[in-house]
Design a protein. Structure first.
Length: 143
């Protein structure tokens, strides 16, 4: 059982509660008052499992900058109150090596179909991955 109040608790081998719930501008973990539910926690487990798959492709650690965002928090960091981060199905990260964002995207891109994931196009300072249903703009979507 995962202790969702312990930032050091592992959700998967390489990702922690801190990775899932840290609301940096507020300087704290998300909690029930931020809309965190058992259902969202289950989705975050799946999202961490997806992050593990991306980490294996990149063969390097990843620094998660954003996973769950509460509907109130998301607009503060440029998202909407209904974006995929508020649903617990997205993560933003940078590779924790000399691997560039573009090089990482090149490694990820051919695997998106098999993983049933999407990647946001056009980002240059981070990589966004989510498990939202694929729309008209495809696996590499334009927001």
């Amino acid at each position: 059982m995962i202790n969702w109040t312990d930032p050091k608790a592992h959700v998967t081998p390489n990702f922690t509660v801190h990775d899932c719930l840290w609301l940096g501008h507020w300087g704290r973990l998300a909690n029930a008052t931020d809309g965190l539910t058992d259902d969202l926690c289950q989705k975050l487990i799946t999202t961490c499992e997806n992050a593990e798959k991306i980490r294996a492709i990149l063969q390097c650690p990843m620094l998660i900058s954003s996973m769950y965002r509460s509907p109130a928090y998301s607009p503060i960091v440029g998202g909407s109150a209904t974006d995929v981060h508020t649903q617990g199905i997205a993560f933003d990260f940078v590779p924790d090596t000399i691997l560039s964002i573009d090089a990482a995207k090149e490694l990820i891109r051919p695997n998106l179909d098999d993983l049933n994931l999407r990647m946001e196009a056009g980002t240059t300072n981070w990589i966004h991955i989510d498990s939202h249903q694929v729309g008209a703009s495809g696996r590499e979507f334009i927001p």
